[in-house]
Design a protein around this ligand. Sequence first.
Ligand code: FAD
Ligand code: FES
Length: 689
Amino acid sequence: MSTESPFHRGEQILQQRLGVRDKMERFGRQVIRDQLPAQHRDFYAELPFIFAGHADNEGWPWASILFNAPGFIASNDARKLQIKAAPVAGDPLAAAWQAGTHLGLLGIELTTRRRNRLAAHITGVTNEGIELGVDQAFGNCPQYIQHRELLALEPQALPAPDIEGINSLSAEARALIENSDTFFVASYKEADSGQSSDGADVSHRGGKPGFIRVDGNTLIIPDYLGNNHFNTLGNFHETPKAGLLFVDFEGGHLLTLTGRVELLWDSDEAQHFAGAERLWKFHLDHGFYQKNVLPLRWHLHDYSPNTLLTGTWPEAKALEQAEQQREQWRLYKVQRVVDESCDIRSFYLQAQGHQQLTFEPGQFLTLRAMVEGKPLIRTYTLSSAPGDECYRISVKREVGSSDRPEGLMSNYLHRHLAVGDVLEAKSPRGGFSFDASESRPAVLLSAGIGITPMLSMARHTLNEGIRTRSMRQLTLINTARDQSQRGFFAEFDDITEQSNGQIRNYWALTQPGKASRPGRDYHHRGRVTEELLQAVLPLDDYDFYLCGPGAFMQTLYDQLRALGVQDGRIFAEAFGPAALVRASDQPSTVFVPQAAAGEAVVEFVDAKVEQAWSTGDGSLLDFAEAHGLNPEFGCRSGQCGACKVPLLAGSVSYQSEPSAAVADNEVLLCCAVPAAVAGEGVVKLALQF
Ligand SMILES: Cc1cc2nc3c(=O)[nH]c(=O)nc-3n(C[C@H](O)[C@H](O)[C@H](O)COP(=O)(O)OP(=O)(O)OC[C@H]3O[C@@H](n4cnc5c(N)ncnc54)[C@H](O)[C@@H]3O)c2cc1C
Ligand code: FES
């Protein structure tokens, strides 16, 4: 076995920088070959076109397209290849069409989105084309390749080629680039080490139209997650130059550019660009606009699923602006309303006049609506995934009883909110979030409407798994009373099916009806027990996420702790004031509440209300309401920040740590009480409200 690495120095440096060096060396030695496997030879033989990358004798890289009737690429020997074609008019490859030139080749079938790559060198030129020796061959996955149908035209029917040399981008060239969803990039490392990894490369790049920004003669291009070979970026490290080829798929023209590149590792701009791992800049040196050179036309069928998970520059700009206005109330229009169970209804919300902000799965929206003539604020977890087109909230209707009025907001939303209605919401927030890139498997345990964050987490895990080709293992255990209350059953099944076994889901029904069949409609009868957990969870180290009524979460938390799960591995969210009593493993991390006062004089300065508060009066929010004031609130549990007011004098105590951000000169009314002050029997507190 060869001791030579399949990756050259630049590729290795990038792999090292991104922490994948050892893995890629092991992987590369298995998949990068020095000859063409039989299925690659068959694949190339079917292609009507192939892309090539080379460096000219002044050291500028160029990307080109070669085409002919299928069969024009042939390989009778696994180490050799013949291409019967010639460079198109104006292609700089014509000058390098000679023995010794190193070529990177990319065979790509846009109809099936298959592709294979190879590095080769020209060994001879014939009347019909070139003969090549194979240096490296490997397969490539479809990733960001858009599905296109090909149409071949009669070359005689085409207008004469029109070749224009350029050293700046015209409005026409700029429009082609800005509307492109695909381009090809050539790069190279000087073939100076004698290793097969040296030489030229040509790669495919795909994104949504608008993924390339043009600033004068500079292009700013996002770099998405790829195969971790870093063939292009590794070459940039060694030779910071690129050749770009834009194909006008409908018009049959080519824009061929060469220039210098700059890698932007930590650009702030990348933060708002969905899918961008980093950016690179291309500064045009010179190029050619080659019109009427292709007898091929392509019709766009659909975008690759990976492409749909990425952004564009206009979206990134709008996102940056929206981020700056995160604290404001924004308008959302109801796009769809779906009944998920007998008492859960989903509302799909489309941002109106602003860019929808992304969020962490598990976060919630704070909604404001006029109910019975008064503004009402409530919080609802997003049940959609961050990459989904719309936000989705799923609301359980809080029915009333003889001793309990029905819930105001949930009933208002169920009865009155319809498609086309507009409501106000603040941008997503909340500390209950989930990292889909974590390698440790996770267990999501929910009861009732506590299923909403789990849906978002599961959908996000699936999307990220598809995007990165590495899916976090999830086990979902959802509890409902019976089949009528069991929402999102089909959606979870669909997620499980698409995940190829990485995401499993179980249903526990506490009172399944007679018509419900175990195995088909549910997996476990009764509540979630230690036995059930032990039965469905293979021995492993998990993160646990809990959401549901307070009693459900406390019981499960205690069970998990009894099973030896560390406190730090259990994450929980209550949809209200219920606070989980934790038994921490690390006393130093426990929140120590400041002592509460027994009595206080509380002044709401703007309202000109000053009243005596004592322990039984509850939170400052309860106290304000009891005195006829109506401060804003959402979660009533320190999570949303809706009840925040400025603190003018005195200090407050929180009995459990609020998850909403709160500064020292602010107070979350819903979970604060006046704090004790040493030596003072009755403390004084002044609030701006
Ligand atoms: C972080 C977070 C995320 C949430 N996510 C979701 C979600 O995804 N989906 C969802 O459906 N909900 C969610 N909630 C709950 C939601 O915010 C609301 O609390 C819920 O919809 C009830 O609001 P309401 O206005 O209908 O009820 P309210 O009018 O606020 O009443 C709440 C409950 O108290 C009872 N009640 C009201 N007044 C009295 C009284 N005087 N005496 C006795 N009982 C009374 C009502 O019957 C009702 O059951 C979330 C809450 C939080 C904090
Ligand atoms: S009401 Fe949500 S933090 Fe107080």
